[in-house]
Ligand binder design. Sequence first.
Ligand SMILES: Cc1cc2nc3c(=O)[nH]c(=O)nc-3n(C[C@H](O)[C@H](O)[C@H](O)COP(=O)(O)OP(=O)(O)OC[C@H]3O[C@@H](n4cnc5c(N)ncnc54)[C@H](O)[C@@H]3O)c2cc1C
Length: 450
Amino acid sequence: MMRDRAGPSGAAVTVEPPATTDFDAIVVGAGPAGSAAALELARAGHSVALLERGPFPGSKNVYGGVVYGRVLDELIPDWFERAPVQRWITRRQTMLLSDERSLTVDFRSQNWGSAPYNGATTYRAEFDSWLADHAQQAGAVLVPSTVVTSLLRTSGGRVVGVRTDREQGDLTARVVIACDGVNSFLAKQAGLYPGEHAEHTTLGVKETLALPKETIDERFGVSGSDGVDIEILGGTGGVPGGGFVYTNHDTLSVGLVLGLPGLAKAGLRPEEILAELKRHPSIRPLVRGAELVEYSAHLIPEGGYRTMPRLVGDGLLVAGDAAAMCLAAGIWLEGVNFALGSGMYAGRAAARALAADDPKRLREYRTLLADSFVLADHRKLRNAPALVLSDRVQQRYPGLVCDLVEGMFTVENPAPKPGLRRLLRRSAKRNGVGLHQLARDALTGLRSFG
Ligand SMILES: Cc1cc2nc3c(=O)[nH]c(=O)nc-3n(C[C@H](O)[C@H](O)[C@H](O)COP(=O)(O)OP(=O)(O)OC[C@H]3O[C@@H](n4cnc5c(N)ncnc54)[C@H](O)[C@@H]3O)c2cc1C
């Protein structure tokens, strides 16, 4: 096979079609999407290389969150007995923050504290390594500390492998699956993304804060391996986004997701906004006295369905964050389960195309996704990201709701109690919200979430 030397990044390298390939499939990125894809391919008996730029899977990943298990039931049926779990989420809160006030919806279910469980906090360094181990045990070859720098393509445009930063680093395959996460340069290089999309990207910043397990149990009202997930609207210093607090075994994950254009406009540093969040009267008692053990940041694709690239190219599939499959819809921030699901279906479609020796069957990936929660949820919630990141939901509604509730609970004897309608009109006016706009947003919300 004729090979060019590494070209400038941004362009695929043109090569002759290889007579034989090094592997049946190459998967780029050993995050949840990549390991799920490699696991499916290896189980189907195909040779597969799983390339990861970090020294081990998960080493490059920021994550302060919750993994939802149902898709794992299919991938690794007894996962909950073996996965590296910090705590099982049995208490779920949605908190609206406004200046010095907050309103919290607090739900607890002990049903989630035993098998088959609903969600768990994990450390990504442990979770990703665990998943990649399964792929390896099934026969996939994990190649860590290796950066993929370009796609290898024939002059006809068919992807036939990748170039890496290793000496003699070209690897060929009959199928390549891009699971290289947010800002996938592989999907871009293949021309699957129509344009730039910084406005649909948020910056996730997170602190890991150490506290004794007993202190966490006491402050969050849980015990044993039960844990809490708090999703926050507001508290972002006016930058569109949201926040979170999650309990791990003896640490907390506290963080923010911040829209990039809003962050640039505000001229604020993310760590300042995070420090402000931690000073809020509703958050301060939770994090008081904790020791900072890690600060990290990572981009998140938040645009959802409307911003997904083409998912199938000639010899190439795209899965997970690389395909903008993170679901960010205010009360939900889920990416790992969508990455697992899409990776699994990409691996399955690739295995079928390889077995049939028919590259056209890669298109079945799209059908598998459309028949699953991955595209069903994204399609249903396609209007949610714009609504959730809108100025009204971000800047005005938390204040409106806090005003409304404050009005309901403030006792003003001897004045008689105001009715809800009057309170709503007053709160809407104070926060610059028209009632027609409120009704329109409520309808969009109902259509998306209902
Ligand atoms: C602060 C924060 C909080 C979050 N909270 C949650 C949550 O609570 N629940 C949830 O489900 N999701 C959450 N997410 C989203 C979740 O982390 C992602 O959706 C998920 O990790 C996507 O998985 P992936 O496999 O597609 O990509 P990634 O996990 O990003 O994996 C991509 C992998 O590819 C590797 N890679 C990239 N480029 C190359 C290259 N050129 N060569 C070789 N390897 C490469 C990377 O090192 C990485 O290991 C959060 C994200 C952030 C940043």
